[in-house]
Design a protein around this ligand. Structure first.
Ligand code: ZN
Length: 143
């Protein structure tokens, strides 16, 4: 079911449209020299957030670093990937982890720019290009 873009999403869309229209800005923001440290920073934030909230061990699994047994209010849907870290309670199937590993690769490619890009892509999973790339079925968006 498609929902109307929220005011927040529309603001992100306008921001992304304007920023990506400036060619040099787009090139700088998406260059590995800027994007990679953003990914590292996001990973650090994910590790800190996971360390504070997780009641399980934090360990690499299926292409991401899993912080399991996090409280359900701490993430969206079955879990959220921040940088390399997947925060979840118990969504640990092979399919979900493969889906989250694609999100990790997106963080690596876009760095912190992934945040406004993801918001601009909309919260409806079935039409969000990052969710489509990660695999809607694997991510549990469609069955
Ligand atoms: Zn996803």
């Amino acid at each position: 079911m498609a929902t109307a873009a929220s005011r927040f999403e529309r603001a992100a869309q306008a921001f992304v449209r304007r920023a990506s229209g400036v060619r040099w800005l787009r090139a700088v923001v998406l260059s590995p020299i800027v994007a990679r440290p953003g990914y590292w920073f996001a990973t650090l934030c994910g590790l800190v957030w996971g360390t504070v909230l997780s009641l399980g061990r934090i360990r690499p699994q299926g292409g991401v670093i899993v912080a399991r047994k996090c409280p359900r209010w701490a993430f969206g849907r079955g879990g959220t990937t921040i940088g390399a870290v997947f925060l979840t309670n118990d969504a640990l199937s092979e399919n979900i982890l493969a889906h989250e590993a694609v999100h990790r690769a997106q963080w690596k490619r876009y760095g912190l720019a992934l945040i406004p890009l993801y918001i601009a892509a909309g919260r409806t999973g079935a039409t969000n290009r990052f969710e489509i790339e990660a695999g809607l079925e694997r991510g549990g968006y469609i069955s």
